[in-house]
Design a protein around this ligand. Structure first.
Ligand SMILES: Cc1cc2nc3c(=O)[nH]c(=O)nc-3n(C[C@H](O)[C@H](O)[C@H](O)COP(=O)(O)O)c2cc1C
Length: 266
C-alpha cells in the first residue's frame, strides 16, 4: 500500500494513544489517522507524505509487538519528517531509543521522539488511579501537545526523550531485564483470562480486541494466544466479567474518558 497523505499511525488499547493522536491531528491540517491494526496485513507500506507520525503505548518498556511488525514493512521517502510519541504510565524507559534503532535498521531517520505521561492502564499490575489524578495528567497532556505540534510544524529535529535522570535509566535497565521473560511469552499470557457468571456474551471484548484474538464460543469468550496484553478486553467489559488470574478481581478498571468505544473499535 502507498500512504500519500501526511499520516499518523497509532495503536491504542484503552484510548490514551488515540487521544494523543487525535489531539495532535486536530492541530495539524489535513492529516490522516490510521490504526496499525488496519494495515498489519499489508505486505509493504510505502510512505510518500511530507510528515509521518507514530503514536503508541509502552508495554513493559517496549513497543507493542504489532507495531514492530508494521515498522518492518515501512519504506519512507528520505525527505519525509518522522516523529513518534510513546504514551506511558510513568516508566517509559528507553523505548524511543529502541524505536529509533528499529527505524535506523530500515534506513529511516526518527526526527523527533516524545514521551507522553498518561494514566497507567496496566491492570495486570495495578488498578486505575483516581479521577482527580487522571484529570491532572490530561491537563499536562494538553500543554505538551501544543509544544509537540510546534516542533512538528517547524519540522525541527528534536532529541528522543528519555526517562529524566540517570538513576531512572539504571532502574529501567533492570526493569527491562526482569520483563524479558514476560515479553517472551506475551502472546500466550492470555491463558490466564477467564470470565465469571456476569458475562452476557455482549461481544464487546471480541470487537474491541485490536488483533482479533478473541472469539465468542457457544457460551463464553476464548482467547486465541495471539495477545498483545493491551488490556482492552478486560478494561472495557461492561460487566467486569473478565478477569486475569485472581489479581484483577478487586482492581478498578481504566478506560480513557475522552475516547468512546466506537472510536476505538473503528
Ligand atoms: C501490559 C502493559 C504493560 C505496560 N508497561 C508499561 C511500562 O513498561 N512503562 C510504562 O510507563 N507504562 C506501561 N504501561 C502503561 C501504558 O503504557 C499506558 O497506560 C498507555 O498510555 C496506554 O495507552 P493506550 O490506552 O493507548 O493503550 C503498560 C500497560 C500495559 C497494559
Amino acid at each position: 500500500m502507498v500512504i500519500k497523505k501526511d499520516t499518523i499511525i497509532y495503536f491504542s488499547g484503552t484510548g490514551n494513544s488515540l487521544q494523543v493522536a487525535k489531539d495532535i491531528n486536530s492541530e495539524l491540517i489535513d492529516f490522516k489517522l490510521c490504526n496499525v491494526s488496519s494495515i498489519i496485513m499489508e505486505e509493504k507500506i510505502k510512505v510518500e507524505g511530507k510528515i509521518f507520525g507514530i503514536v503508541f503505548p509502552v508495554f513493559y518498556a517496549r513497543l507493542p509487538l504489532i507495531l514492530e511488525k508494521v515498522l518492518q514493512k515501512l519504506e519512507i521517502n528520505k525527505d519525509t519528517y518522522v516523529f513518534a510519541i510513546a504514551t506511558h504510565g510513568g516508566a517509559p524507559a528507553e523505548v524511543l531509543t529502541k524505536l529509533r534503532k528499529i527505524l535506523k535498521s530500515k534506513d529511516i531517520v526518527l526526527n523527533s521522539g516524545f514521551l507522553m505521561h498518561m494514566p497507567g492502564n496496566n491492570i495486570f499490575s495495578y488498578g486505575a488511579s483516581s479521577v482527580k489524578k487522571q484529570n491532572k495528567i490530561f491537563q499536562m497532556e494538553k500543554k505538551k501537545v501544543k509544544k509537540i505540534v510546534h516542533i512538528i510544524r517547524e519540522r525541527k529535529n528534536y532529541k528522543c526523550e528519555l526517562s529524566k535522570i540517570i538513576i531512572d535509566i539504571i532502574i529501567d535497565r533492570v526493569f527491562i531485564k526482569t520483563t524479558d521473560k514476560i515479553v517472551k511469552y506475551l502472546n500466550i499470557r492470555d491463558k490466564y483470562f477467564w470470565v465469571n457468571n456476569n458475562c452476557n456474551r455482549c461481544r464487546i471484548c471480541e470487537r474491541i480486541c485490536p488483533v482479533n484474538n478473541i472469539q465468542i464460543n457457544t457460551d463464553k469468550p476464548i482467547w486465541k494466544h495471539n495477545c498483545e496484553q493491551c488490556a482492552a478486553c478486560i478494561q472495557y467489559c461492561p460487566r467486569e466479567a473478565i478477569q486475569w488470574g485472581e489479581k484483577t478481581i478487586k482492581r478498578k478498571r481504566y478506560k480513557n474518558p475522552n475516547i468512546n468505544l466506537i472510536e476505538l473499535i473503528k
